[in-house]
Design a protein around this ligand. Structure first.
Ligand SMILES: Nc1nc2c(ncn2[C@@H]2O[C@H](COP(=O)(O)OP(=O)(O)OP(=O)(O)O)[C@@H](O)[C@H]2O)c(=O)[nH]1
Ligand SMILES: [Mg+2]
Length: 383
């Protein structure tokens, strides 16, 4: 704001001076008459003093209708800017508060995790966490790490020793793999049993291909799965490719005679219908089918993707069978292999093969305790 004084002989003249200098928007703040004082009183006429002001801001707003609009807009912009900066500030504040809250939660969860710690030894704790991450049963993980806890494990020698003890314990738990042998050391009649859809027929095809093509053995196939028309066709398709016979039995009593016809074969693999672990009738039939043959091997085929509770129920249903080996399929479809060790630990039955894909005959191998142990210990290389 500009404030100026103007003096003139008359009020009119002074105001004109103001308008000339400051323009028509000048504000007249005060008008006063000035009477000459002292000796000048005699020679000088009274004059008028005008105090005028010009408000630049006011001037802008009141310029012209167009300018007025522009000015209103710029004033609104100013307000919006102000609001925006206030909002920015609020957002900033909110972020800081949120950060604080989450850091408090983090600390809390860290503490909670701390409370979950089972071992003084950080190496043991890490091994334990990896086993649990692989869905090994807590009681089994504790069994594997039993009596190893020691706080003084920062020495690299101790770390190596700890890991090698744990590694060997798991290797021992997995045990020696039990392969199928096409020689006189084992019964040559082999049943494949297990829940529906786990991969029994595909596994038989893989094993048959191995013995026919690689070991040049005489292999015969029998299917007792006549529940589904497609099941017989599935096995026949593989048999045709390998140019070997398939016998189909429609009831359990036909089995001994069928096997008798194949007595000069090196191996006879018998496919069975998948059983739902909830269907007790089907298990009675299976028990009866198995009872028709004395000299036999049984392979229980299980999927590595089965949930722990379901696996428990499946194992419970097959518990009437005292002697069997285990094949795990669909290892490629899971990221945690703990179930394999859990099943081995709970059943104490030998582990044989793992299947890791749909390709016949390639996607199968004898279980490797070393590979399996490394996988179960997870990030052991990072220690
Ligand atoms: N990803 C994966 N799929 C597999 C594996 N083994 C078998 N399969 C697939 O699982 C499905 C069922 O396989 P089957 O061999 O018919 O299973 P099954 O146990 O004979 O089934 P049922 O006779 O109906 O009880 C098929 O699509 C197979 O290709 C495996 O190791 N990994
Ligand atoms: Mg089948």
């Amino acid at each position: 704001m500009k404030i100026k004084k103007y003096e003139a002989k008359t009020e009119q003249e002074a105001i004109e001076k103001v308008k000339e200098d400051l323009g028509k928007d000048a504000l007249i703040l005060n008008i006063k008459k000035i009477s000459p004082k002292g000796i000048f009183k005699l020679f000088k006429k009274p004059s008028v003093e005008v105090l005028a002001a010009l408000d630049d801001q006011f001037n802008k707003i009141t310029d012209s209708p167009k300018n007025q609009n522009n000015n209103i807009i710029s004033e609104q912009k100013e307000i919006i800017k102000c609001l925006e900066s206030k909002l920015d500030y609020m957002e900033d504040l909110l972020t800081k508060v949120m950060d604080k809250v989450s850091s408090v939660e983090q600390v809390k969860s860290y503490d909670d995790k701390d409370n979950d710690k089972k071992y003084n030894s950080s190496v043991l704790q890490l091994l334990y966490d990896n086993l649990i991450n692989n869905e090994i049963l807590p009681e089994l993980a504790e069994f594997i790490l039993k009596d190893l806890d020691d706080n003084d494990d920062l020495n690299p020698e101790n770390v190596n020793e700890l890991i090698s003890v744990v590694y060997n314990r798991i290797i021992d738990l997995i045990g020696e793999p039990a392969p199928i042998k096409a020689d006189s050391s084992q019964p040559k009649i082999i049943f494949f049993i297990g829940p529906t859809g786990v991969g029994k027929t595909t596994t038989i095809a893989k094993i048959t291909a191995h013995f026919c093509l690689t070991e040049r053995k005489k292999v015969g196939l029998v299917t007792a799965d006549t529940y589904r028309i497609a099941a017989v066709e599935q096995l026949k398709t593989y048999a045709e490719i390998l140019n070997i016979p398939v016998e189909v039995i429609y009831n359990s009593d036909e089995l001994p005679e069928t096997l008798n016809k194949m007595k000069d074969y090196d191996l006879i693999l018998i496919d069975t219908a998948g059983r739902s672990h909830k269907n007790i009738e089907q298990f009675k039939e299976l028990d009866y089918l198995l009872s028709t043959v004395d000299e036999k091997q049984i392979f229980l085929v299980l999927s590595a993707t089965t949930k722990h509770k379901d696996m428990m129920s499946i194992l419970n249903q097959y518990s009437s069978i005292s002697d069997y080996n285990i094949i795990f399929t669909k290892v490629d479809e899971t990221i945690s292999l703990g179930t394999i060790l859990n099943v081995k630990y709970l059943t104490e039955k030998p582990l044989s093969y793992i299947s890791f894909g749909q390709n016949v005959p390639d996607d199968i191998e004898l279980i490797s305790p070393k590979k399996m142990t490394k996988a179960l210990l997870g990030s052991i290389d990072e220690l």
